[in-house]
Design a protein around this ligand. Structure first.
Ligand SMILES: NC(=O)c1ccc[n+]([C@@H]2O[C@H](COP(=O)([O-])OP(=O)(O)OC[C@H]3O[C@@H](n4cnc5c(N)ncnc54)[C@H](OP(=O)(O)O)[C@@H]3O)[C@@H](O)[C@H]2O)c1
Length: 265
């Protein structure tokens, strides 16, 4: 247990305009956390923020940003400073993937994916962790994925970004353990959000969880001090199995499952 309480704390949620990020914002608001919401869709965020203030009587700031842009994460951190906002917990959630054979996705899309899924996530952690460590409380929930545990043909770049997030998070968990700051890698399986549409998935994602369930699992895992959390028994089995077989076999098996989403079956 981390002993941390969300009530009265301030949480920055990236990718808060839809899906898992939006669900995090709703559930943290219900726990009386103050929120900073960010994503590109400013109007959506403002509407959402107004509803959360009304329903829960909390403070909600909106800072719209394209976090894949050069220096965007740093600019967001600067805006937090200028507004006098101290972030206790960062939910590093904004991210996207693409289901397609490797070279079918334009290179600029991959650059944007790397800059968002990795670059912005690292930059926000770098800017916010020192303050958390100084205060000796709070932490980070990084959105990794079950895709982080083995190479994924037809989703190669996305899976590699999530492998980075998992490795990075586990390293930070240890590095900050003594400081009172906790870092969690939350590793969802397929979850019913805009993800599949943005990823251009050519088939329905199987056994999809809900965004609400994923956010609830993430909040509970953070509060109990888990370093890595894979919600759902099926997902746990998949990630365990992928670690028991040689990486080449895991990649081959995973590729059979992902090929149909890429529309190349
Ligand atoms: N759904 C799944 O099956 C699944 C599984 C494993 C992991 N995940 C991870 O969970 C996280 C949340 O995804 P989701 O499923 O909730 O998908 P989603 O519904 O598409 O939400 C993605 C969020 O990221 C924001 N975003 C996208 N590009 C951005 C950019 N350039 N700058 C700032 N914000 C940006 C989007 O807002 P705007 O468009 O308004 O900017 C949106 O709020 C991602 O990191 C994803 O990789 C999802």
């Amino acid at each position: 247990m981390t002993g941390f309480r969300f009530a009265g704390s301030t949480v920055l949620v990236t990718g808060a305009s839809s899906g898992i990020g939006r669900a995090f914002a709703e559930q943290l608001a219900a726990q009386q956390a103050h929120l900073v919401l960010t994503a590109r869709s400013e109007e959506v965020l403002q509407t959402h923020a107004a509803a959360l203030r009304r329903q829960h009587g909390i403070e909600v700031d909106v800072i719209a940003a394209d976090l894949s842009g050069p220096g965007a994460a740093e600019a967001l951190a600067d805006t937090l400073g200028a507004r006098g906002i101290t972030v206790d917990v960062l939910v590093n959630n904004a991210g996207f993937g693409k289901f397609a054979d490797f070279t079918r996705v334009p290179l600029p899309d991959y650059r944007q994916m790397l800059d968002l899924n990795i670059g912005a996530l690292v930059a926000l952690a770098w800017r916010l962790l020192p303050g958390m460590a100084q205060r000796g409380r709070g932490g980070i929930i990084n959105l990794a994925s079950v895709a982080a545990f083995q190479p994924l043909p037809h989703v190669a770049v996305y899976a590699a970004t999530k492998a980075f997030v998992l490795s990075f998070s586990e390293a930070l968990t240890e590095e900050y353990r003594a400081s009172g700051v906790h870092v969690l890698a939350l590793c969802p399986g397929y979850t019913n959000t805009n993800f599949a549409q943005v990823a251009n998935a050519q088939a329905d994602l199987p056994n999809a969880s809900t965004a609400d369930g994923m956010a609830r699992a993430g909040i509970k895992a953070f509060l109990r001090g888990a370093a890595v959390h894979v919600p759902g028994a099926g997902n746990v089995l998949t990630t365990l199995a992928s670690r028991l077989v040689p990486r080449r076999v895991a990649a081959a098996l995973a590729g059979r499952a992902t090929r149909r989403f890429a529309g190349s079956a």
